[in-house]
Design a protein around this ligand. Structure first.
Ligand code: ATP
Ligand code: MG
Length: 308
């Protein structure tokens, strides 16, 4: 089983409108609500990949109960810590020109008692899982070292952990040496305080991160695929040219696929090919963090893997 950690859960609302005009009344043509926060996208994709998944993190209030209802409908198991404050809502506005405008609420702070409750039961929650993913932002009140703490707990139990976050949370989190990190180019730049102008600099940056004691550094490059650096080798995996309909959640799909690859003990090259096929297939569906197995299989054979 795989556990996904989402500390900053959200109700993701997606509004379809014709044209976004600031300062005017906007009539929404279509509104969909999904359980959101990057870790819940990861959970959905893991389930689609055919693996057992358990979602954990914080949910609160009526909005939190609603998230649990939505997960129940999708048959995704969960074991959340409950907070007094309401879970946040995030809004993504899609217009007829395929522009996406996102409004991300920061989320309410978590109290010290709520944090201790979560940390206290975390080891028991992940007991039945071999792989744990940790994704996205964290609510105020948990401290920037929260992911380093969680990574350490996972590793003490001899399990594998993927960390996908940014800023101070990533900087602190890598100190505990997660099994995999999946930064994009901007996250690598911020992490190493460098500007990456070409591919050589990117490979060099990824190698420097790997040498900090991270088994696999995966740098995702959008339509250019991803770079994977291990102690022994550097690979570049690339999807074929596609006409994406919605690229939101591609990073989360990639994290989900790597978690599945780790759980299945796939060889490194197969894991990369699988992760690129899943994340690229995600860009071909409107729903965030979703793919059609038929698309994935078609893409799998078209992914090129180069050992550099
Ligand atoms: N336009 C695209 N065409 C094909 N594949 C894509 C495209 N965009 C993303 N992907 C696939 O998804 C993976 C992750 O995408 P990306 O690098 O954009 O992640 P990210 O910046 O972390 O995104 P997110 O906003 O989801 O966190 C890529 O490595 C690639 O395999
Ligand atoms: Mg990302």
């Amino acid at each position: 089983m795989i556990t996904t950690v989402t500390l900053n859960v959200a109700i993701d609302k997606s509004y379809v409108i014709d044209e976004l005009k600031p300062g005017q009344v906007m009539r929404v043509q279509q509104c969909t609500k999904t359980p959101g926060g990057k870790g819940l996208n990861v959970a959905r994709v893991i389930k689609l990949c055919g693996e057992e998944v358990l979602a954990t993190g914080f949910v609160g209030g009526h909005a939190g109960a609603y998230i649990e209802d939505l997960l129940r409908e999708q048959q995704i198991r969960f074991d959340f810590s409950h907070t007094a404050q309401e879970t946040r809502t995030c809004i993504n506005i899609l217009d007829s020109n395929w522009n996406s405008t996102e409004f991300l609420e920061p989320g309410e702070p978590v109290t010290e008692a709520e944090l201790q409750d979560f940390l206290g039961k975390f080891a028991a929650v992940i007991e039945k899982s071999d792989v744990i993913t940790i994704s996205g932002s964290a609510p105020k009140g948990v401290g920037t070292d929260i992911y380093a703490k969680l990574v350490s707990i996972v590793k003490e139990k001899g399990k594998k952990v993927i960390l996908d976050t940014s800023g101070g949370l990533l900087k602190e989190g890598i100190k505990a040496c997660p099994t995999i990190i999946k930064p994009n180019r901007e996250e690598v730049e911020a992490l190493l305080n460098i500007s990456v102008d070409d591919f050589v600099a990117l490979v060099d940056g990824a190698k420097r991160l790997q040498q900090k004691g991270i088994e696999m550094v995966v740098v995702s490059l959008g339509k250019e695929g991803a770079l994977l650096v291990t102690e022994d080798a550097v690979y570049h995996g690339k999807p074929p040219k596609l006409n994406p309909v919605n690229t939101v959640g591609s990073g989360d799909s990639m994290v989900a696929a790597f978690a599945v690859g780790l759980a299945r003990n796939l060889p490194v090259e197969d894991m990369l090919r699988y992760a690129i096929s899943v994340s690229a297939a995600n860009t071909l569906t409107m729903t965030t963090g979703s793919f059609k197995e038929e698309d994935r299989q078609n893409l799998y054979h078209q992914v090129t893997i180069n050992r550099l």
